[in-house]
Write a protein that binds this ligand. Sequence first.
Ligand code: FPP
Length: 298
Amino acid sequence: MQAKVPAGLDHKESEVYRRLDPDRLPRHIAIIMDGNGRWAKRRHMPRVAGHRAGVAAVRSTVETAARIGIHAITLYAFSEENWKKRPKSEVDFLMRLLSRYLKAELPTLNNNNVRLEYIGRQHELPKDVQERMEWARQNTAKNTGTVLTLALNYSARSEIVDAVRSLLKAASQNGGLEHLQIDEDTVAEHLYTRHLPDPDLVVRTSGEMRLSNFLLWQLAYAEIYVTPTLWPDFRGVHLLEALAEYQKRERRYGGLNHNEASAAERSAHHFNHAKPGTDSGTNSNDSQAHDAKLAHGH
Ligand code: FPP
């Protein structure tokens, strides 16, 4: 039976959606939005025109994610490196664009039941931008649908540094270092993303094959999908295509798939029960010598 297409998807989106298994959608999608500058350059326009055009891509992608019931979507809008290494005029433009986006999109975010969150060193952003961000966060706080997290002035390494600082601070307030117990869950609770599950899928536009300091801890087991589409051309239908590709993959988390696991089981059984010197070869003198070599690190 074909999956029921959610309301609001256009014709092309509905076509791709019908190929999806609604029970195997990723819970959390992370997106590295890239290619705004190249998009503008191809049109002989200033770089900032690419950023402006990127807003329509954000709108379409977030709406589609919300309509199909994705739990969380995180957009890499602005890295710490962007902030420090781009001309001030471009940074100022991006800040104004963000402020305008938050104001203009609030009704659409609310109509789509989207809740806004942020990750990154927000306190380093201009005061008026911080105020607008907080305003938008509060005005979507009651929404219960998709969580849209904007990574702004974000760096994964800084996030890990901040997590270590926060852990040490918590330890000093709770009896000191000798009582500190650390495991993966404790670290995750001190990351900026403590409100989110780890992404199952990371999408990068414009064909670049890098993570660029984005969610390095959280993407440990994520599927990576790279599309040549430049961010300003990206739309909801492209997100659905990424999901179709994601559903073709098999996630193993360092384990084996079912067939491989059975085959490994059979060969281990064979190995353990083979008599020394039989033609299974596994216990021959040659292989013992080989094993001894390996054990000595040759
Ligand atoms: C990367 O393209 C994109 C950015 C640094 C900014 C992303 C911003 C937007 C998509 C605009 C709006 C976003 C929000 C949330 C309002 P690039 O400039 O590095 O492109 P290039 O690699 O082609 O030069």
